[in-house]
Design a protein around this ligand. Structure first.
Ligand code: HEM
Length: 408
């Protein structure tokens, strides 16, 4: 690309908080050349307006057939980001193919359908909070393990009709698939195991169909193979499992950390001066759980905010950077402020995506996180995070911590 004065930024496969790098790169401009694992050249679009523009372009594709390095055989089988690029589902499809795959599941995620899940999410939250208190036993307890993870995986597991016994394994495998620092053998093994497990789940639902999304997808496959192939069925399940829990887990954990580090903001929520949905929106903006989303590929050389991105380049959507872009969120973009979403003229964040691939699970994610935070802090108003240096997930795609020790 033509921003040759800026040396490409080497993405750290081990992950970590993205904000310092984001700010440094954004200071040079909204589009940055990056080096992906395996010395693959890519680009990250980090500025809010540039990202919005890029995500709405018709000459940008998600189908990996447009990924030049993959097409030319320069991407190894065990490349850590390969599943993101090649999984067969809506997130790697364009146009009519995308609409077909998305429409098969979209009915389950309308605001109305999601609202019907509210009592179940509330009940699960209450049970998990009981378990959290028991596990703490008056001491320190890991909020990720006992709350932020089991809530979303429980909800998506029930929606998909996945038996509870599979859920730990699904999370372990999904963790490997979103990690950016795993070796080729491990990536391929995690992929094989995930496909085998989801195939077993699908076989179980085919035998005993239920009132769940997997059974509905199987019916679509069986009615007419043109609507959904077996590979697309497994790819769609994989996508729903990964997208349906890793992200919400990150949102809950990031919000708890933000609120514990900004007790004045927490007070605005507990005394009713701001609403829990505001805390959810401000966390999405300030500490986006999806930091750099892979990939889109220009189908011809493309100019974004004056920078040329060559055809076939893998481009990452820089959501965590856009959330703190001072050009749209103002000079205090770095400040966590739960009253911001209601400020007149406040820019909306892009952290749930934008355009045709806007997050399908947004209503569900918002509902889960709102219930989780309200119930958690209502029950444990003095909850705090005793440590400030926390272990991050090893991924530059996701942005959240591996564990969150709290005192209730
Ligand atoms: C806080 C939680 C969540 C965040 C931050 C989030 C974020 C995102 C983002 C940024 C995208 C767009 C990716 C891109 O193409 O650039 C996306 C797409 C998607 N999300 Fe979410 N998501 C969340 C929760 C969920 C949940 C709970 C589900 C499912 C139940 C879900 C399912 C999906 C799916 C299927 C897509 C692909 C849509 C498409 O390609 O048409 N997400 N999400």
């Amino acid at each position: 690309m033509n921003t040759s004065s800026v040396p490409p930024h080497r993405l750290n496969p081990a992950g970590g908080s993205p904000h310092a790098d984001n700010a440094r790169l954004l200071a040079h401009g909204p589009v940055a050349p990056v080096v992906l694992p395996g010395e693959v050249e890519g680009v990250a679009v980090l500025g809010h307006e540039a990202l919005k523009d890029f995500l709405s372009r018709a000459d940008v594709a998600k189908d990996a057939r447009h990924f030049a390095a993959l097409r030319d055989g320069r991407i190894a089988a065990g490349w850590p980001l390969r599943t993101f690029a090649t999984v067969r589902g809506m997130t790697t499809a364009d146009g009519a193919d995308h609409r077909r795959l998305r429409s098969l599941v979209s009915k389950a995620f309308t605001a109305r359908r999601v609202e019907l899940l509210r009592p179940r999410v509330e009940a699960m939250t209450a049970d998990l909070l009981d378990g959290l208190e028991r596990a703490a036993g008056g001491g320190v307890v890991d909020l990720v393990r006992h709350f932020a993870l089991p809530l979303p995986i429980g909800v998506i597991g029930e929606l998909l009709g996945i038996d509870a016994e599979y859920r730990d394994t699904l999370h372990r495998l999904s963790d490997r698939l979103v990690a950016t620092d795993v070796g080729p053998e491990e990536v391929m093994a995690a992929n094989r195991e995930m496909v085998a497990l989801l195939s077993a789940v699908a076989a179980g639902r085919a035998e005993r169909p239920g009132d769940d999304l997997t059974s509905a997808l199987i019916a679509a496959r069986d009615e007419d193979g043109d609507r959904l192939s077996q590979e697309e069925l497994i790819g769609t399940l994989l996508l729903m499992v990964v997208a349906g829990h890793e992200t919400t887990l990150g949102l809950i954990a990031n919000a708890v950390r933000a609120l514990c580090a900004h007790r004045d903001q927490l007070a605005l929520l507990t005394n009713g001066e701001a609403g829990w949905p505001d805390a959810v929106e401000e966390t999405l903006r300030w500490d986006a759980p999806v930091s750099l989303f892979p990939f889109r590929y220009p189908v011809r050389d493309l100019t974004v905010d004056g920078a040329v991105i060559p055809q076939g380049t893998p481009v990452l959507a820089g959501y965590s950077a856009a959330g703190r872009d001072p050009a749209v969120h103002g000079p205090d973009a770095d400040r966590f402020d739960v009253t911001r979403p209601r400020r007149p003229g406040a820019a909306r964040h892009l952290s749930l995506g934008y355009g045709a691939h806007f997050c399908l699970g947004a209503p569900l994610a918002r509902m889960e996180a709102t219930i989780a935070l309200a119930r958690l802090f209502t029950r444990f108003p003095d909850l705090d995070v005793p440590e400030t240096r926390l272990p991050y997930r090893s991924s530059f795609v996701g942005n959240s911590v591996r564990a969150l020790p709290v005192r209730l």
